[in-house]
Design a binder for this molecule. Structure first.
Ligand code: FAD
Length: 511
Protein backbone atom coordinates (compact mmCIF):
# COMPACT_ATOMS: atom_id res chain seq x y z
CA UNK A 1 0.00 0.00 0.00
CA UNK A 2 1.02 3.61 -0.51
CA UNK A 3 3.34 2.43 -3.25
CA UNK A 4 4.23 4.45 -6.32
CA UNK A 5 5.08 3.02 -9.74
CA UNK A 6 8.47 1.36 -9.82
CA UNK A 7 11.41 3.75 -10.35
CA UNK A 8 9.45 6.62 -11.94
CA UNK A 9 11.41 8.70 -14.37
CA UNK A 10 11.37 12.50 -14.08
CA UNK A 11 9.21 12.65 -17.23
CA UNK A 12 6.68 10.10 -15.97
CA UNK A 13 6.52 11.86 -12.58
CA UNK A 14 5.77 15.15 -14.27
CA UNK A 15 3.15 13.51 -16.49
CA UNK A 16 1.55 11.89 -13.44
CA UNK A 17 1.38 15.10 -11.41
CA UNK A 18 -0.16 16.96 -14.35
CA UNK A 19 -3.13 14.62 -14.50
CA UNK A 20 -6.27 15.99 -12.82
CA UNK A 21 -6.42 14.76 -9.24
CA UNK A 22 -9.37 12.82 -7.83
CA UNK A 23 -9.61 12.15 -4.11
CA UNK A 24 -11.76 9.21 -3.03
CA UNK A 25 -12.87 9.21 0.61
CA UNK A 26 -13.15 5.60 1.77
CA UNK A 27 -11.87 2.26 0.51
CA UNK A 28 -15.05 0.19 0.50
CA UNK A 29 -15.91 -1.79 -2.63
CA UNK A 30 -17.54 1.36 -4.02
CA UNK A 31 -14.53 3.60 -3.34
CA UNK A 32 -11.99 1.16 -4.75
CA UNK A 33 -14.10 0.53 -7.86
CA UNK A 34 -14.46 4.29 -8.34
CA UNK A 35 -10.68 4.68 -8.04
CA UNK A 36 -10.06 2.01 -10.68
CA UNK A 37 -12.55 3.60 -13.07
CA UNK A 38 -11.19 7.11 -12.62
CA UNK A 39 -7.62 5.80 -12.91
CA UNK A 40 -8.54 4.11 -16.19
CA UNK A 41 -9.94 7.41 -17.45
CA UNK A 42 -6.66 9.21 -16.80
CA UNK A 43 -7.17 10.78 -13.40
CA UNK A 44 -4.48 10.70 -10.73
CA UNK A 45 -6.31 9.11 -7.80
CA UNK A 46 -5.71 9.12 -4.07
CA UNK A 47 -7.94 6.91 -1.92
CA UNK A 48 -8.10 8.04 1.72
CA UNK A 49 -9.21 5.47 4.29
CA UNK A 50 -9.58 6.29 7.97
CA UNK A 51 -9.16 2.68 9.16
CA UNK A 52 -5.85 0.84 9.21
CA UNK A 53 -7.24 -1.73 6.74
CA UNK A 54 -8.86 -1.27 3.32
CA UNK A 55 -12.30 -2.62 2.47
CA UNK A 56 -14.71 -0.86 4.84
CA UNK A 57 -17.49 -3.29 5.62
CA UNK A 58 -15.47 -5.85 3.63
CA UNK A 59 -12.21 -5.53 5.59
CA UNK A 60 -10.54 -8.62 6.98
CA UNK A 61 -9.85 -9.51 10.60
CA UNK A 62 -6.98 -11.92 11.18
CA UNK A 63 -6.47 -13.46 14.59
CA UNK A 64 -5.30 -16.73 16.16
CA UNK A 65 -4.55 -18.17 12.73
CA UNK A 66 -8.10 -17.53 11.44
CA UNK A 67 -9.09 -15.22 8.58
CA UNK A 68 -12.47 -13.59 9.08
CA UNK A 69 -14.08 -11.57 6.31
CA UNK A 70 -15.87 -8.84 8.25
CA UNK A 71 -18.81 -8.41 5.88
CA UNK A 72 -19.83 -9.59 2.42
CA UNK A 73 -19.54 -13.30 1.75
CA UNK A 74 -22.02 -13.81 -1.08
CA UNK A 75 -20.54 -12.69 -4.36
CA UNK A 76 -22.75 -12.57 -7.42
CA UNK A 77 -22.50 -10.95 -10.88
CA UNK A 78 -18.76 -11.72 -11.35
CA UNK A 79 -18.87 -9.76 -14.63
CA UNK A 80 -18.66 -6.58 -12.58
CA UNK A 81 -15.23 -7.68 -11.38
CA UNK A 82 -14.14 -8.85 -14.83
CA UNK A 83 -14.86 -5.34 -16.07
CA UNK A 84 -12.79 -3.61 -13.37
CA UNK A 85 -9.83 -5.86 -14.00
CA UNK A 86 -10.14 -5.29 -17.75
CA UNK A 87 -10.21 -1.51 -17.21
CA UNK A 88 -6.86 -1.85 -15.45
CA UNK A 89 -5.52 -3.98 -18.31
CA UNK A 90 -5.58 -7.20 -16.32
CA UNK A 91 -7.52 -10.45 -16.37
CA UNK A 92 -9.64 -11.15 -13.30
CA UNK A 93 -9.64 -14.94 -13.71
CA UNK A 94 -5.83 -15.00 -13.80
CA UNK A 95 -5.66 -13.46 -10.35
CA UNK A 96 -8.73 -14.53 -8.39
CA UNK A 97 -10.57 -17.81 -8.25
CA UNK A 98 -14.29 -17.47 -7.71
CA UNK A 99 -15.83 -20.76 -6.71
CA UNK A 100 -19.54 -21.45 -7.18
CA UNK A 101 -21.25 -22.27 -3.86
CA UNK A 102 -23.87 -25.02 -3.96
CA UNK A 103 -26.38 -24.91 -2.34
CA UNK A 104 -26.64 -21.12 -2.20
CA UNK A 105 -28.18 -21.38 1.26
CA UNK A 106 -29.45 -24.01 3.62
CA UNK A 107 -32.46 -22.55 5.39
CA UNK A 108 -33.25 -24.14 8.75
CA UNK A 109 -36.67 -23.37 10.18
CA UNK A 110 -37.49 -23.34 13.87
CA UNK A 111 -39.60 -26.48 13.54
CA UNK A 112 -36.68 -28.45 12.06
CA UNK A 113 -37.70 -28.15 8.40
CA UNK A 114 -34.82 -27.45 6.02
CA UNK A 115 -34.96 -25.84 2.57
CA UNK A 116 -31.95 -26.22 0.28
CA UNK A 117 -31.90 -23.09 -1.89
CA UNK A 118 -30.05 -23.47 -5.19
CA UNK A 119 -30.04 -21.97 -8.67
CA UNK A 120 -31.17 -25.25 -10.21
CA UNK A 121 -34.87 -25.13 -11.20
CA UNK A 122 -35.45 -28.89 -10.89
CA UNK A 123 -33.93 -29.06 -7.42
CA UNK A 124 -35.83 -25.95 -6.37
CA UNK A 125 -39.12 -27.49 -7.50
CA UNK A 126 -38.32 -30.64 -5.51
CA UNK A 127 -37.58 -28.55 -2.41
CA UNK A 128 -40.81 -26.59 -2.82
CA UNK A 129 -42.77 -29.83 -3.20
CA UNK A 130 -41.50 -30.98 0.21
CA UNK A 131 -43.33 -28.02 1.75
CA UNK A 132 -46.36 -27.54 -0.49
CA UNK A 133 -46.81 -29.40 -3.78
CA UNK A 134 -49.40 -26.87 -4.92
CA UNK A 135 -46.71 -24.15 -4.84
CA UNK A 136 -44.38 -25.87 -7.31
CA UNK A 137 -45.98 -24.27 -10.33
CA UNK A 138 -45.52 -20.83 -8.79
CA UNK A 139 -41.72 -21.05 -8.90
CA UNK A 140 -41.29 -20.46 -12.63
CA UNK A 141 -43.80 -17.62 -12.59
CA UNK A 142 -42.04 -16.02 -9.64
CA UNK A 143 -38.64 -16.29 -11.31
CA UNK A 144 -40.07 -14.75 -14.50
CA UNK A 145 -41.31 -11.81 -12.41
CA UNK A 146 -37.97 -11.57 -10.61
CA UNK A 147 -36.21 -11.57 -13.99
CA UNK A 148 -38.36 -8.66 -15.18
CA UNK A 149 -37.58 -6.78 -11.95
CA UNK A 150 -33.88 -7.45 -12.48
CA UNK A 151 -34.04 -6.04 -16.00
CA UNK A 152 -35.69 -2.82 -14.79
CA UNK A 153 -33.89 -2.36 -11.48
CA UNK A 154 -30.42 -3.72 -12.19
CA UNK A 155 -29.63 -4.27 -15.84
CA UNK A 156 -31.30 -1.15 -17.27
CA UNK A 157 -31.03 1.32 -14.39
CA UNK A 158 -28.51 0.02 -11.81
CA UNK A 159 -25.63 1.90 -13.42
CA UNK A 160 -27.53 4.96 -14.64
CA UNK A 161 -27.40 8.27 -12.79
CA UNK A 162 -30.68 9.31 -11.13
CA UNK A 163 -29.83 12.99 -10.75
CA UNK A 164 -32.57 13.91 -13.23
CA UNK A 165 -36.15 13.26 -12.16
CA UNK A 166 -37.02 12.39 -15.77
CA UNK A 167 -34.97 9.19 -15.43
CA UNK A 168 -37.24 8.05 -12.62
CA UNK A 169 -40.37 9.33 -14.37
CA UNK A 170 -39.52 7.27 -17.45
CA UNK A 171 -39.40 4.16 -15.29
CA UNK A 172 -42.85 4.62 -13.80
CA UNK A 173 -44.88 2.67 -16.38
CA UNK A 174 -42.53 -0.31 -16.11
CA UNK A 175 -42.55 -0.06 -12.32
CA UNK A 176 -46.36 -0.11 -12.33
CA UNK A 177 -46.41 -3.10 -14.65
CA UNK A 178 -44.06 -4.81 -12.25
CA UNK A 179 -46.32 -3.92 -9.28
CA UNK A 180 -43.40 -2.05 -7.68
CA UNK A 181 -45.92 -0.39 -5.33
CA UNK A 182 -46.26 -3.73 -3.53
CA UNK A 183 -43.72 -4.92 -1.00
CA UNK A 184 -41.50 -7.93 -1.64
CA UNK A 185 -43.44 -9.90 1.00
CA UNK A 186 -46.76 -8.98 -0.60
CA UNK A 187 -45.65 -10.00 -4.09
CA UNK A 188 -44.08 -13.24 -2.90
CA UNK A 189 -47.28 -13.93 -0.95
CA UNK A 190 -49.25 -13.67 -4.16
CA UNK A 191 -47.21 -16.55 -5.66
CA UNK A 192 -46.65 -18.93 -2.74
CA UNK A 193 -49.21 -20.07 -0.17
CA UNK A 194 -47.00 -21.95 2.30
CA UNK A 195 -45.75 -19.54 5.02
CA UNK A 196 -42.26 -21.03 5.07
CA UNK A 197 -41.95 -20.77 1.30
CA UNK A 198 -43.01 -17.14 1.60
CA UNK A 199 -40.03 -16.65 3.90
CA UNK A 200 -37.67 -18.55 1.59
CA UNK A 201 -38.48 -16.31 -1.36
CA UNK A 202 -38.81 -13.00 0.47
CA UNK A 203 -35.80 -12.76 2.81
CA UNK A 204 -33.39 -11.46 0.14
CA UNK A 205 -33.88 -7.70 0.80
CA UNK A 206 -32.39 -8.30 4.24
CA UNK A 207 -29.09 -8.93 2.48
CA UNK A 208 -29.11 -5.27 1.45
CA UNK A 209 -30.66 -3.78 4.57
CA UNK A 210 -34.32 -3.80 3.59
CA UNK A 211 -37.40 -5.08 5.40
CA UNK A 212 -39.22 -7.46 3.00
CA UNK A 213 -42.51 -6.04 4.30
CA UNK A 214 -41.54 -2.45 3.37
CA UNK A 215 -39.26 -2.47 0.36
CA UNK A 216 -40.60 -2.37 -3.16
CA UNK A 217 -41.15 -5.69 -4.89
CA UNK A 218 -38.59 -4.52 -7.45
CA UNK A 219 -36.04 -5.93 -4.98
CA UNK A 220 -37.22 -9.41 -5.95
CA UNK A 221 -34.51 -8.77 -8.52
CA UNK A 222 -31.99 -10.21 -6.05
CA UNK A 223 -33.53 -13.68 -6.45
CA UNK A 224 -32.89 -13.50 -10.17
CA UNK A 225 -29.38 -12.04 -9.82
CA UNK A 226 -28.41 -15.15 -7.87
CA UNK A 227 -30.22 -17.53 -10.16
CA UNK A 228 -28.68 -16.00 -13.32
CA UNK A 229 -25.12 -15.32 -12.13
CA UNK A 230 -24.79 -17.79 -9.27
CA UNK A 231 -23.52 -17.39 -5.72
CA UNK A 232 -19.73 -17.41 -5.50
CA UNK A 233 -16.98 -17.29 -2.95
CA UNK A 234 -13.56 -15.80 -3.61
CA UNK A 235 -10.87 -18.29 -2.66
CA UNK A 236 -8.80 -16.69 0.08
CA UNK A 237 -11.97 -14.93 1.21
CA UNK A 238 -13.77 -11.78 0.10
CA UNK A 239 -10.64 -9.99 1.30
CA UNK A 240 -8.89 -11.36 -1.80
CA UNK A 241 -11.17 -9.15 -3.89
CA UNK A 242 -10.32 -6.10 -1.79
CA UNK A 243 -6.62 -6.89 -2.01
CA UNK A 244 -6.99 -7.33 -5.76
CA UNK A 245 -8.78 -3.99 -6.17
CA UNK A 246 -6.09 -2.21 -4.13
CA UNK A 247 -3.46 -3.75 -6.39
CA UNK A 248 -5.37 -2.48 -9.45
CA UNK A 249 -5.36 1.05 -8.02
CA UNK A 250 -1.66 0.84 -7.25
CA UNK A 251 -0.90 -0.74 -10.61
CA UNK A 252 -2.41 2.35 -12.23
CA UNK A 253 0.21 4.43 -10.42
CA UNK A 254 -2.27 5.64 -7.82
CA UNK A 255 -2.40 5.15 -4.07
CA UNK A 256 -4.55 3.95 -1.18
CA UNK A 257 -3.60 5.75 2.01
CA UNK A 258 -4.68 4.12 5.26
CA UNK A 259 -5.15 5.92 8.60
CA UNK A 260 -6.14 8.99 6.57
CA UNK A 261 -9.20 10.33 8.34
CA UNK A 262 -11.01 13.03 6.39
CA UNK A 263 -12.40 15.75 8.65
CA UNK A 264 -14.02 17.83 5.93
CA UNK A 265 -14.43 18.37 2.22
CA UNK A 266 -12.98 21.78 1.41
CA UNK A 267 -15.23 24.07 -0.58
CA UNK A 268 -14.94 27.22 -2.61
CA UNK A 269 -18.27 28.73 -3.52
CA UNK A 270 -20.26 25.67 -4.52
CA UNK A 271 -17.28 23.66 -5.65
CA UNK A 272 -15.42 20.88 -3.85
CA UNK A 273 -11.71 21.69 -3.88
CA UNK A 274 -10.27 18.82 -1.86
CA UNK A 275 -10.24 17.55 1.70
CA UNK A 276 -8.73 18.34 5.07
CA UNK A 277 -7.68 15.43 7.27
CA UNK A 278 -8.09 15.34 11.04
CA UNK A 279 -4.31 15.75 11.35
CA UNK A 280 -4.59 19.10 9.56
CA UNK A 281 -3.20 17.97 6.21
CA UNK A 282 -4.98 19.58 3.26
CA UNK A 283 -5.14 17.68 -0.03
CA UNK A 284 -6.33 19.62 -3.04
CA UNK A 285 -8.28 17.85 -5.73
CA UNK A 286 -10.03 18.56 -8.99
CA UNK A 287 -12.85 16.32 -7.89
CA UNK A 288 -13.86 14.49 -4.73
CA UNK A 289 -15.69 11.18 -4.58
CA UNK A 290 -17.14 10.21 -1.22
CA UNK A 291 -17.55 6.54 -0.41
CA UNK A 292 -18.31 7.41 3.21
CA UNK A 293 -21.96 6.90 4.17
CA UNK A 294 -23.94 9.44 2.17
CA UNK A 295 -25.72 10.92 5.19
CA UNK A 296 -22.41 11.16 7.06
CA UNK A 297 -20.85 12.89 4.04
CA UNK A 298 -23.49 15.59 4.04
CA UNK A 299 -23.97 16.01 7.75
CA UNK A 300 -20.38 15.79 8.96
CA UNK A 301 -17.95 16.36 6.08
CA UNK A 302 -19.51 19.62 4.87
CA UNK A 303 -19.89 21.46 8.16
CA UNK A 304 -19.86 25.04 6.85
CA UNK A 305 -22.01 24.49 3.77
CA UNK A 306 -25.60 25.73 3.61
CA UNK A 307 -27.06 22.54 2.16
CA UNK A 308 -30.06 22.92 -0.13
CA UNK A 309 -31.41 19.39 -0.14
CA UNK A 310 -29.59 17.17 2.34
CA UNK A 311 -30.17 19.33 5.38
CA UNK A 312 -29.64 17.98 8.90
CA UNK A 313 -33.40 17.90 9.32
CA UNK A 314 -33.91 15.77 6.19
CA UNK A 315 -31.07 13.45 7.19
CA UNK A 316 -32.38 13.04 10.74
CA UNK A 317 -35.80 12.10 9.36
CA UNK A 318 -34.42 9.67 6.78
CA UNK A 319 -34.81 5.97 7.53
CA UNK A 320 -31.57 4.09 8.04
CA UNK A 321 -31.29 0.36 7.40
CA UNK A 322 -31.05 -2.13 10.26
CA UNK A 323 -27.95 -2.81 12.29
CA UNK A 324 -26.10 -6.10 12.58
CA UNK A 325 -24.61 -7.95 15.48
CA UNK A 326 -21.75 -10.06 14.10
CA UNK A 327 -19.83 -12.69 16.04
CA UNK A 328 -16.67 -13.98 14.34
CA UNK A 329 -15.42 -17.20 15.87
CA UNK A 330 -13.05 -20.05 15.23
CA UNK A 331 -13.55 -23.59 16.47
CA UNK A 332 -10.94 -26.21 17.29
CA UNK A 333 -12.88 -28.80 15.32
CA UNK A 334 -14.53 -28.87 11.93
CA UNK A 335 -18.31 -29.09 11.52
CA UNK A 336 -18.25 -31.00 8.24
CA UNK A 337 -22.01 -31.15 7.83
CA UNK A 338 -22.55 -27.41 8.01
CA UNK A 339 -23.05 -25.68 4.65
CA UNK A 340 -21.13 -22.59 3.55
CA UNK A 341 -24.22 -20.38 3.98
CA UNK A 342 -26.85 -21.37 6.53
CA UNK A 343 -29.90 -19.45 7.75
CA UNK A 344 -31.03 -20.47 11.21
CA UNK A 345 -34.47 -18.93 11.50
CA UNK A 346 -36.27 -18.16 14.72
CA UNK A 347 -39.97 -18.63 15.48
CA UNK A 348 -41.06 -15.18 14.25
CA UNK A 349 -40.63 -13.51 10.86
CA UNK A 350 -42.85 -10.45 10.39
CA UNK A 351 -42.97 -9.74 14.13
CA UNK A 352 -39.19 -9.85 14.46
CA UNK A 353 -38.80 -7.54 11.45
CA UNK A 354 -41.27 -5.10 12.98
CA UNK A 355 -39.23 -5.07 16.19
CA UNK A 356 -36.05 -4.40 14.23
CA UNK A 357 -37.22 -1.88 11.66
CA UNK A 358 -40.17 -0.11 13.25
CA UNK A 359 -40.11 -0.52 17.01
CA UNK A 360 -36.30 -0.39 17.15
CA UNK A 361 -36.40 -2.94 19.91
CA UNK A 362 -33.75 -5.58 20.56
CA UNK A 363 -35.84 -8.76 20.66
CA UNK A 364 -35.06 -11.83 22.72
CA UNK A 365 -35.45 -14.13 19.73
CA UNK A 366 -33.40 -13.87 16.56
CA UNK A 367 -32.91 -15.21 13.07
CA UNK A 368 -29.32 -15.88 12.13
CA UNK A 369 -27.12 -16.14 9.08
CA UNK A 370 -24.17 -18.46 9.68
CA UNK A 371 -21.11 -18.22 7.46
CA UNK A 372 -18.70 -21.14 7.29
CA UNK A 373 -16.11 -20.11 4.68
CA UNK A 374 -13.93 -23.08 5.53
CA UNK A 375 -16.58 -25.29 3.89
CA UNK A 376 -15.15 -23.94 0.60
CA UNK A 377 -11.67 -22.76 1.56
CA UNK A 378 -10.11 -24.59 4.53
CA UNK A 379 -7.03 -22.33 4.33
CA UNK A 380 -8.96 -19.67 6.24
CA UNK A 381 -8.49 -21.58 9.52
CA UNK A 382 -5.70 -23.61 11.10
CA UNK A 383 -5.73 -27.27 10.11
CA UNK A 384 -8.64 -29.21 11.57
CA UNK A 385 -10.45 -25.99 12.56
CA UNK A 386 -13.37 -24.01 11.17
CA UNK A 387 -13.76 -20.24 10.74
CA UNK A 388 -17.28 -18.86 11.15
CA UNK A 389 -19.25 -15.74 11.55
CA UNK A 390 -22.84 -15.50 12.59
CA UNK A 391 -24.85 -12.38 12.09
CA UNK A 392 -28.11 -11.32 13.62
CA UNK A 393 -30.12 -8.41 12.20
CA UNK A 394 -30.79 -5.99 15.05
CA UNK A 395 -32.19 -2.47 15.26
CA UNK A 396 -29.83 0.44 14.57
CA UNK A 397 -28.77 2.67 17.43
CA UNK A 398 -32.17 4.35 17.81
CA UNK A 399 -32.95 1.29 19.92
CA UNK A 400 -30.92 2.81 22.73
CA UNK A 401 -29.31 -0.59 23.31
CA UNK A 402 -26.18 -0.25 25.43
CA UNK A 403 -24.02 -2.67 23.48
CA UNK A 404 -21.18 -2.36 25.99
CA UNK A 405 -23.49 -4.25 28.38
CA UNK A 406 -25.69 -6.21 25.99
CA UNK A 407 -23.11 -7.62 23.60
CA UNK A 408 -21.78 -10.48 25.71
CA UNK A 409 -25.17 -11.81 26.92
CA UNK A 410 -26.46 -11.52 23.34
CA UNK A 411 -23.42 -13.42 22.03
CA UNK A 412 -23.92 -16.13 24.64
CA UNK A 413 -27.59 -16.50 23.71
CA UNK A 414 -26.62 -16.92 20.06
CA UNK A 415 -23.89 -19.44 20.93
CA UNK A 416 -26.38 -21.45 22.99
CA UNK A 417 -28.88 -21.42 20.15
CA UNK A 418 -26.30 -22.54 17.59
CA UNK A 419 -25.12 -25.22 19.99
CA UNK A 420 -28.69 -26.50 20.32
CA UNK A 421 -29.24 -26.50 16.56
CA UNK A 422 -26.52 -26.68 13.89
CA UNK A 423 -23.26 -26.54 15.89
CA UNK A 424 -23.54 -29.07 18.74
CA UNK A 425 -21.20 -28.48 21.67
CA UNK A 426 -20.15 -25.11 20.26
CA UNK A 427 -19.41 -23.41 23.58
CA UNK A 428 -16.56 -25.84 24.28
CA UNK A 429 -15.06 -25.61 20.81
CA UNK A 430 -14.51 -21.86 20.42
CA UNK A 431 -10.83 -20.83 20.41
CA UNK A 432 -11.07 -17.43 18.76
CA UNK A 433 -13.74 -14.81 19.16
CA UNK A 434 -14.49 -11.23 18.18
CA UNK A 435 -17.70 -9.23 17.93
CA UNK A 436 -18.96 -6.24 16.03
CA UNK A 437 -22.09 -4.37 17.10
CA UNK A 438 -23.87 -1.34 15.60
CA UNK A 439 -21.69 0.72 17.95
CA UNK A 440 -18.54 -0.32 16.06
CA UNK A 441 -20.26 0.31 12.74
CA UNK A 442 -20.72 3.86 14.00
CA UNK A 443 -17.34 4.50 15.62
CA UNK A 444 -15.11 2.67 13.14
CA UNK A 445 -16.89 3.08 9.80
CA UNK A 446 -18.79 6.28 10.70
CA UNK A 447 -22.10 4.64 9.79
CA UNK A 448 -25.03 6.89 10.67
CA UNK A 449 -26.91 5.32 13.61
CA UNK A 450 -24.62 2.30 13.25
CA UNK A 451 -26.73 1.07 10.33
CA UNK A 452 -25.07 -1.75 8.43
CA UNK A 453 -26.32 -0.90 4.92
CA UNK A 454 -26.74 2.89 4.79
CA UNK A 455 -30.17 4.34 4.01
CA UNK A 456 -33.00 1.81 4.04
CA UNK A 457 -33.94 0.93 0.44
CA UNK A 458 -37.52 2.22 0.67
CA UNK A 459 -39.10 3.46 -2.55
CA UNK A 460 -39.10 6.95 -0.98
CA UNK A 461 -35.31 6.62 -0.63
CA UNK A 462 -34.58 4.98 -3.98
CA UNK A 463 -33.40 6.31 -7.35
CA UNK A 464 -34.01 10.06 -7.63
CA UNK A 465 -34.98 10.14 -3.93
CA UNK A 466 -31.65 8.73 -2.75
CA UNK A 467 -28.57 10.99 -2.45
CA UNK A 468 -27.40 11.32 -6.05
CA UNK A 469 -24.10 10.02 -7.39
CA UNK A 470 -23.52 13.53 -8.71
CA UNK A 471 -23.96 15.65 -5.64
CA UNK A 472 -26.98 17.93 -5.44
CA UNK A 473 -25.00 20.24 -3.16
CA UNK A 474 -21.61 20.82 -4.78
CA UNK A 475 -19.97 20.80 -8.16
CA UNK A 476 -17.14 18.29 -8.44
CA UNK A 477 -18.45 16.16 -5.58
CA UNK A 478 -19.62 12.64 -6.40
CA UNK A 479 -20.96 9.84 -4.22
CA UNK A 480 -20.52 6.09 -4.45
CA UNK A 481 -21.38 3.25 -2.08
CA UNK A 482 -24.37 1.83 -0.27
CA UNK A 483 -25.97 5.15 0.65
CA UNK A 484 -26.29 6.40 -2.90
CA UNK A 485 -27.84 4.94 -6.08
CA UNK A 486 -28.45 2.05 -6.61
CA UNK A 487 -27.81 0.92 -3.03
CA UNK A 488 -26.16 -1.62 -0.76
CA UNK A 489 -24.67 -4.99 -1.57
CA UNK A 490 -21.53 -5.64 -3.59
CA UNK A 491 -23.26 -5.55 -7.03
CA UNK A 492 -25.01 -2.32 -5.97
CA UNK A 493 -21.93 -0.46 -4.80
CA UNK A 494 -19.84 -1.62 -7.78
CA UNK A 495 -22.66 -0.32 -9.98
CA UNK A 496 -22.63 3.03 -8.14
CA UNK A 497 -19.02 3.41 -9.31
CA UNK A 498 -20.14 2.61 -12.86
CA UNK A 499 -22.46 5.62 -12.69
CA UNK A 500 -19.34 7.82 -12.41
CA UNK A 501 -18.56 7.03 -16.05
CA UNK A 502 -21.73 8.95 -16.89
CA UNK A 503 -21.63 11.80 -14.37
CA UNK A 504 -17.91 12.64 -14.05
CA UNK A 505 -16.88 14.82 -16.99
CA UNK A 506 -14.08 13.76 -19.30
CA UNK A 507 -10.60 14.25 -17.87
CA UNK A 508 -9.93 17.07 -20.35
CA UNK A 509 -12.61 19.19 -18.67
CA UNK A 510 -10.32 19.52 -15.64
CA UNK A 511 -7.13 20.49 -17.46
C1 FAD B 1 -21.81 -8.16 7.97
C2 FAD B 1 -22.19 -7.80 6.57
C3 FAD B 1 -22.43 -8.80 5.64
C4 FAD B 1 -22.73 -8.48 4.32
N1 FAD B 1 -22.91 -9.48 3.42
C5 FAD B 1 -23.04 -9.18 2.11
C6 FAD B 1 -22.99 -10.20 1.14
O1 FAD B 1 -22.82 -11.38 1.47
N2 FAD B 1 -23.08 -9.86 -0.17
C7 FAD B 1 -23.23 -8.55 -0.56
O2 FAD B 1 -23.31 -8.29 -1.77
N3 FAD B 1 -23.27 -7.55 0.35
C8 FAD B 1 -23.16 -7.83 1.67
N4 FAD B 1 -23.13 -6.84 2.59
C9 FAD B 1 -23.29 -5.46 2.13
C10 FAD B 1 -22.00 -4.93 1.54
O3 FAD B 1 -20.93 -5.40 2.29
C11 FAD B 1 -21.95 -3.43 1.58
O4 FAD B 1 -23.13 -2.86 1.04
C12 FAD B 1 -20.74 -2.88 0.82
O5 FAD B 1 -19.57 -3.60 1.12
C13 FAD B 1 -20.57 -1.42 1.18
O6 FAD B 1 -19.57 -0.88 0.37
P1 FAD B 1 -19.39 0.68 0.27
O7 FAD B 1 -18.72 0.97 -1.03
O8 FAD B 1 -20.66 1.39 0.54
O9 FAD B 1 -18.31 1.06 1.36
P2 FAD B 1 -18.10 0.72 2.90
O10 FAD B 1 -17.75 -0.70 3.02
O11 FAD B 1 -19.18 1.27 3.70
O12 FAD B 1 -16.77 1.56 3.14
C14 FAD B 1 -16.76 2.94 3.33
C15 FAD B 1 -15.38 3.29 3.83
O13 FAD B 1 -15.28 4.70 4.01
C16 FAD B 1 -14.45 4.92 5.12
N5 FAD B 1 -14.69 6.27 5.63
C17 FAD B 1 -15.85 6.76 6.12
N6 FAD B 1 -15.68 8.04 6.49
C18 FAD B 1 -14.40 8.35 6.22
C19 FAD B 1 -13.63 9.52 6.41
N7 FAD B 1 -14.16 10.62 6.94
N8 FAD B 1 -12.32 9.50 6.04
C20 FAD B 1 -11.76 8.40 5.49
N9 FAD B 1 -12.45 7.24 5.31
C21 FAD B 1 -13.76 7.24 5.67
C22 FAD B 1 -14.87 3.85 6.11
O14 FAD B 1 -13.88 3.64 7.10
C23 FAD B 1 -15.04 2.66 5.18
O15 FAD B 1 -13.83 1.94 5.06
C24 FAD B 1 -22.84 -7.13 3.92
C25 FAD B 1 -22.63 -6.11 4.86
C26 FAD B 1 -22.30 -6.44 6.16
C27 FAD B 1 -22.04 -5.33 7.13
Amino acid sequence: MNTMPERPTAASQQQQSQRPHAVVIGSGFGGLAAAVRLGARGFRVTVLERCDLPGGRARVFRQDGFTFDAGPTIITVPALFDELWALAGRNFADEIELRAVDPFYEIHFHDGAVFEYTGDPARMRAQIAKFEPRDVAAYDRFIASSKAACKIGFEDHGHVGFHRWETMARMVPEMLMQQAYRSVASLVGSYFRHPQLRTVFSFHPLLIGGNPYSVSSIYCLVNYLERAWGVHFAMGGTGALIKGLVSLVEGQGNSVRLNADVAEITVQGRRATGVRLHNGEVITADLVVSNADSTHTYKKLLPGLARRKWTDRKIDRARQSMGLFVWYFGTKRRYENVAHHTMVLGPRYKGLLTDIFHKHKLAEDFSLYLHRPTATDPSLAPEGCDAFYVLSPVPHLDSGTDWAIQAEPYRRAIAAHLSATVLPGLEDEVISSRIMTPEEFKTELLATKGAAFGLEPLISQTGYFRPHNKSEELDNLFLVGAGTHPGAGVPGVLSSARVLDEVVPHVSAFI
